[in-house]
Write a protein that binds this ligand. Structure first.
Ligand code: SAM
Ligand code: MD0
Ligand code: SF4
Length: 367
């Protein structure tokens, strides 16, 4: 492995942290050392951590980042996750369902804007999670793959094995389903009355059916740092292709509405740790948490995909930041490009993104 070029490993960080980061840069980070990094506090130790993660990102992906367009096509949901604006019981949640033609129009617009992938997301809408609904989801995927020929992700919640199989056959590239935590007790408080194992298994099935998978955790929802470290290594075990950590944003009308957001540093530490443990995986810096102002910090902590870009004029919503910058057109690729340039980053080509996913797909079991 090439040595890191920056001063990240030299700096003023404590000897202990320097030694851990040197090992991490060679791909040998043990869980106990990862926990020490999650507990880092002094500015020098933190700087060295972020800088090492940033250098590893650079070594793997150069100065190029990927960008994802987000289409929240139905905000109805049968579940009651305690952190989510769109939980069933929340009367304050904005609800809508987009029709097939409108989804196509939005996706086309996103394609034209230059994003690398369309992420088709919804709540666990009972009108999608039914026999007829699954057909509808399959038809969206079929149309999008045929008419648009773009890399495609779906995030509609837990799907049955049979539906995942058909999605795989239609050429779907990604299935995203976030556990939020790998601590079962905390899971039961966050994803009330949902089955931990069923959610994990859906990801295994998706991989077996030829899709890349994304796993994710929330930060600031009652997890310990041990939990975060455990999640980062569980993601490795499950061979997730894209891994994310997102800071919690309180939502009105939910049981967690008065819980504050965690400090950005906690999220940055989790992102950096993910980069150290998953050097060549994709890691999102989501617009959905703090908008533009937080993107740079997340990218500097080692993320390499800008997600949750939303076109204006379709009255679409985000998840954690439902309205932020959508109608002002700031939440678009052209809105973030100047900012990326300031950070010394560039938007990668669609060709290079396609190459990345095709190579990863070729490595899936049964290929
Ligand atoms: N309904 C589908 C599901 O839950 O899998 C897809 C919806 S989308 C992918 C929901 C994700 O956004 C959650 O898994 C969670 O990680 C994130 N999210 C939801 N509410 C949030 C909040 N208040 N703060 C931060 N992230 C949040
Ligand atoms: C994001 N709001 O990227 C989106 C969403 C679902 N696959 C992604 C959480 O932040
Ligand atoms: Fe529904 Fe997903 Fe929100 Fe949970 S996170 S309430 S499953 S939309």
């Amino acid at each position: 492995m090439m040595p890191l070029t920056s001063t990240a490993l030299k700096g003023e960080a404590s000897r202990e942290v320097q030694e851990i980061l040197a090992k991490a840069a060679e791909g040998n980070l043990e869980e106990k050392d990862a926990l020490r990094l999650m507990k880092a506090e002094g500015i020098d130790d933190l700087f060295a951590l972020f800088n090492t993660a940033h250098e590893i990102r650079k070594r793997q992906f150069g100065d190029k980042v990927f960008a994802y367009g987000f289409v929240y096509f139905s905000t109805y949901c049968r579940n009651n996750c305690s952190f989510c604006l769109y939980r069933r019981a929340n009367r304050c949640a904005p609800r809508y369902r987009k029709k097939a033609d409108e989804i196509m129009e939005i996706a086309e617009m996103l394609k034209k804007s230059g994003v690398h992938l369309i992420d088709l997301t919804s709540g666990e809408d009972p009108q999608i999670h039914s026999e007829k609904g699954y057909r509808r989801l399959l038809s969206y995927v079929e149309r999008l793959k045929k008419e648009l020929d773009m890399p495609l992700m779906v995030s509609p919640g837990v799907l049955p094995k049979t539906v995942l199989r058909e999605l795989g056959r239609k050429g779907l590239d990604w299935y995203a389903l976030y556990q939020e935590t790998h601590n079962r007790l905390l899971f039961s408080k966050l994803r009330c009355r949902q089955d931990y194992d069923e959610r994990m298994k859906a990801k295994t099935y998706a991989r077996e059916e030829g899709m890349l998978i994304e796993e994710g955790i929330l930060i600031g929802v009652g997890e310990s740092r041990e939990d975060v470290v455990d999640s980062v290594y569980q993601m490795k075990k499950m061979k997730a292709h894209q891994v994310r950590a997102m800071g919690f944003i309180p939502q009105r009308g939910t049981p967690m509405e008065s819980r504050p957001s965690p400090p950005i540093l906690e999220e940055m530490k989790a992102i950096s740790l993910m980069r150290l443990v998953h050097p060549d995986r994709l890691i999102p810096a989501s617009y959905d948490i703090d908008g533009l102002k937080g993107l740079g910090l997340r990218l500097m902590a080692g993320a390499n995909v800008v997600t949750s870009l939303i076109p204006p004029r379709f009255h679409l919503r985000g998840v954690a930041q439902a309205e932020l910058d959508v109608e002002s057109s700031l939440r678009t690729l052209s809105g973030v490009k100047p900012y990326l340039q300031k950070l010394g980053l560039e938007v990668a080509s669609l060709k290079s993104y396609r190459k990345w996913i095709e190579e990863e797909k070729a490595r899936l079991p049964g290929k």
